[in-house]
Design a protein around this ligand. Sequence first.
Ligand SMILES: NCc1[nH]cc(CCC(=O)O)c1CC(=O)O
Length: 323
Amino acid sequence: MNDTNATAPLRLGTRRSKLAMAQSGMVAESVRRLTGRPVELVEITTYGDVSREALAQIGGTGVFVSALRDALLAGEIDFAVHSLKDLPTSQPDDLALAAIPLREDPRDVLVARDGLTFETLPEGSRIGTGSPRRMAQLNAWARALGRRIETVPIRGNIDTRVGFVTNGDLDAVVLAAAGLNRIGRIGEATQFLSPDTVLPAPGQGALAIECAVTNAPLAATLAELDDPHTRLAVTAERSLLAALEAGCSAPVGALADFRGGEGAVTEMRLRGVVGTTDGSTLVQLSTTGPVPASHQDALALGRALAAEMLDKGAAGLMGERAL
Ligand SMILES: NCc1[nH]cc(CCC(=O)O)c1CC(=O)O
């Protein structure tokens, strides 16, 4: 590792996409401020970047992360930044999630032509998303409004997906607010989708900073960038996902948020949804209780809500692999 020389640059492994570079750049700046050491970006190509298959069909989780993890374990880089929602729920023993910084907006947004919203899009509008979770909830929403929409499977980076609207191929696309914001295009969102209607992916909007467990001094330093409430929230969300035995491409949404009085946070609410991609069936549940006192308590909360969802028929919906 690099810590033998306290002035040597720290090597931050990153994917080449605009989003990954933006996220890595933000974290690099924080780590520079924290350590006083230079941080060097090392570009790495992952399978998720080169594959042309629909993400839901590649089958495995973590297509964006394995090459970064290989580089960490090979000692080619010192740390890596991931979108937490792209990380598999099981953590390898030899890698540490050293920090989960304060999460930004977890919501999905609509980017529609002509400033339209979900409610003002004309009948039969074509809405692009490659995510079974988004399809299920958009179709359920349309059914509830007595409206007809068509969800169209797309993939590609954020610029490509927004491009389907600007070039006139689609009426709208749905994206994560956080990603759009990080690449400087949040101004093009025409509607922020309330989690009451569309729950985001578990961990959406949060970053994960990972390093090798053997690099204990670096892990301890990076831990200063951790936000404990964000970590509790995403731990519960990901525990729910794991307990439903669902991968990152499954039609599962989850969001934990905090409530309290007089500035003090006292309660955490966890909401979860699973559905069929046609939106004909959604199992959506919520639980609220004291802020989990530990990582173990957050895991237990996610498992408990998942068990309730399975009781209500979620198991039958998990088998479905979208498109
Ligand atoms: N699926 C890819 C992906 N992974 C993370 C983000 C956005 C950033 C985040 O959620 O932190 C996106 C783009 C999107 O879903 O629109």
